[in-house]
Each structure stands twice: as structure tokens, then as C-alpha cells.
Ligand binder design. Structure first.
Ligand code: HPA
Ligand code: ZN
Length: 324
């Protein structure tokens, strides 16, 4: 099955590029940039990745990315990931990027965007891998700061495929960002948002009603609200589900308890994704394989899920035709 799943052309719609930072590269960049980390070895980094919830992960995620300082660092981060993803049969990657987390520590938006842009062009050329860029707003920071970022990103509006919403969900409902998302919409930018990972089903309703998102990242808690499930089914809203992430952040206790089979049975449009592969113990192929082991899904199910992702991806029709 692993061979089959590896060969299956996969598109990844829910990935945080800062979450692809492997301990090895983290240590190397810390050295290169003279940044001190509270770890003596890669093993210590891995041992620290024992999370109780989303917040405990985010603390280490923001600490880890402090080693990223230059264009070259962002290029190396993304290129490293594209190569690994390519080796797993990933043909298209949509990356969330968190500029506020970098700008807050003195790294310019230009450094982030140029470095990632170089890697994207190289992956296209050398790996025949297409990609998209989703500029995410940190929901645990003020909405005014998100608006400033959106305006400062003017030189990049053209290359952005969408805006997103991530970081600590509880206490930061989508409606907090109504104005920012309205502005993004006026600029013609598609919108996605994390909702219903740790937050309640109401946040999913809000992401749809107030932010007018075309996809919901995670969304697994929709099952607590049958009317919401019906709505998502009828609208064909895509959920970007991340099984190993949900396991590692204790959204579920065991993968066998994961809501994926129920979501599928409810007729929802689902995709499988890795979220933060370096922190959650596996990339796309590991996520696919873990689902095979936990749910016993046949090849047909994986073919459908992989197709959903290509259908829902921000890619040209020419590229879609090439992949389907
Ligand atoms: N959830 C919310 N915010 C995030 C995540 C996540 O899984 N990963 C990186 N930022
Ligand atoms: Zn995420």
C-alpha cells in the first residue's frame, strides 16, 4: 500500500512552511545565524515535541522559527521541504506563511517573500512541483496588525493565492477579522481559515458567514453540529483535515477515534494534509499511510481524497488538466 500511496499524485492544501523546519536544519541555521536555542542536540529537539494542545505546540513552533533570518534561510527551508515532499509523490504544495511571526522579530516581509519565492521557482523548474502561497494572519494578535500586514503586502498581492487565519484558535473567533477579510475579498483574494480544530462549530459557521472562506482548515469539530454538517455537504465546502496533527495536538486521543470516517460517511468533501510535518511526526505519505492503518481504507478512497485536493487547489486549469 505504501508504494501505491507514494505513487498517487498528491496535492497538499494545508501546510505551514515554518512547520517544515526539521531539527537538523534548525540547528544548522542557529549556528549559521548565531541564534541560541535551548537544545543541545537534534534528539533534544525531538524529545521536546511532546504537546498537550495547540498552544504548547505553538510555543515551540514560534521558538523554532527564530533561526530563520535571511532570504537564503527561507529559501533553504522551503527547498528542503519541496524535495522531501517530491520524494513522497507530492506534486503541488499550498503553503501557509506567517509573516507577522517574522516581522515581530525584525525580519522584513520582503526577506520572507523573496526567499520563499526563489524556492518556489526552483521547485517548479527542478521538481515539476507547482505551489501556492497563502498569507496567514495570526488570530491571537490584533486585527489592526493583520490589516497593516495586508496593506504592506501590496507588492505581493499579485503572487498571493489566498489569505488564511491560523495560530491560537480559542478566544479568537473568525469575526475578529471581519474587516481584514472583507478587504482581502475586495482585492480579489480568495480566503481560507482554520476553524473547528480546537474551537467550536460556531467558529466554522462564522468563517463561512463572516469571512466568506472557500475552504475550512481542519473543521473536524463540525460533527458536533448536524445542521453545520448538512451545510458543508450541500455547499461542497472542502475541509483540509490533518490526521497526524490532530493526534499530536490531542484533538483526538488515538487515530482510531479520529472523526475522518464519520466525516466521509456524512458526505463531506475532504482532503488529507500534513499541517506541520516536522513537528507532528510525518509528511503527506505518513498521513495517508496512518489513515490506511487506522481506518483500513481501500485504494479508491485515497484516489478520491487525492482528487478532491487537486480539484480544490489554487492552480491553473492547465496544471489541473496535467495532473488529472
Ligand atoms: N493550527 C493553528 N495554527 C497553526 C497550526 C495549527 O495546526 N500550525 C501552525 N500554525
Ligand atoms: Zn494548520
Amino acid at each position: 500500500m505504501r508504494d501505491f500511496l507514494k505513487r498517487l499524485p498528491k496535492a497538499e492544501l494545508h501546510l505551514h512552511i515554518e512547520g517544515t523546519l526539521e531539527p537538523e536544519l534548525m540547528m544548522a541555521l542557529a549556528e549559521r545565524n548565531g541564534v541560541s536555542l535551548p537544545y543541545a542536540s537534534e534528539d533534544e529537539v525531538r524529545t521536546a515535541y511532546d504537546f498537550a494542545d495547540l498552544q504548547s505546540f505553538l510555543n515551540l513552533y514560534y521558538q523554532g522559527m527564530s533561526v530563520l533570518r535571511t532570504e537564503r534561510d527561507f529559501h533553504d527551508l522551503a527547498m528542503d521541504y519541496f524535495q522531501r515532499a517530491h520524494d513522497e509523490g507530492v506534486v503541488h504544495v499550498e503553503m501557509h506563511v506567517d509573516p507577522q511571526a517574522h516581522m515581530a522579530r525584525g525580519v522584513s516581509l520582503q526577506t520572507v517573500m523573496e526567499g520563499l519565492g526563489q524556492a518556489r521557482r526552483r521547485a517548479e523548474r527542478e521538481l515539476d512541483m507547482s505551489s501556492a502561497m497563502i498569507m496567514a494572519f495570526l488570530r491571537d494578535r490584533p486585527a489592526e496588525e493583520a490589516m497593516q500586514l495586508l496593506e504592506r503586502a501590496e507588492p505581493y498581492w499579485e503572487i498571493l493565492d489566498a489569505v488564511g487565519l491560523d495560530s491560537a484558535e480559542l478566544g479568537h473567533p473568525p469575526a475578529k477579522f471581519a474587516e481584514v477579510f472583507q478587504r482581502a475579498r475586495a482585492l480579489g483574494l480568495p480566503r481560507v481559515a482554520h476553524a473547528g480544530e480546537e474551537g467550536p462549530p460556531e467558529y466554522i459557521h462564522e468563517a463561512l458567514d463572516v469571512l466568506d472562506v472557500c475552504r475550512v482548515d481542519h473543521g473536524v469539530r463540525c460533527l458536533e453540529d448536524p445542521a453545520l454538517v448538512a451545510r458543508l455537504r450541500e455547499q461542497g465546502t472542502v475541509l483540509t483535515v490533518c490526521p497526524l496533527s490532530n493526534l499530536r495536538l490531542k484533538v483526538v486521543e488515538r487515530l482510531d477515534d479520529h472523526p475522518l470516517p464519520r466525516l466521509l460517511e456524512a458526505g463531506l468533501t475532504l482532503t488529507l494534509n500534513s499541517d506541520d510535518p516536522s513537528y507532528f511526526g510525518g509528511g503527506m505519505l505518513d498521513n495517508f499511510e496512518a489513515c490506511h492503518r487506522a481506518f483500513g481504507w481501500s485504494r479508491d478512497v485515497f484516489v478520491d481524497l487525492a482528487r478532491n485536493a487537486i480539484d480544490a487547489a489554487f492552480m491553473s486549469e492547465a496544471r489541473r488538466d496535467e495532473l488529472l
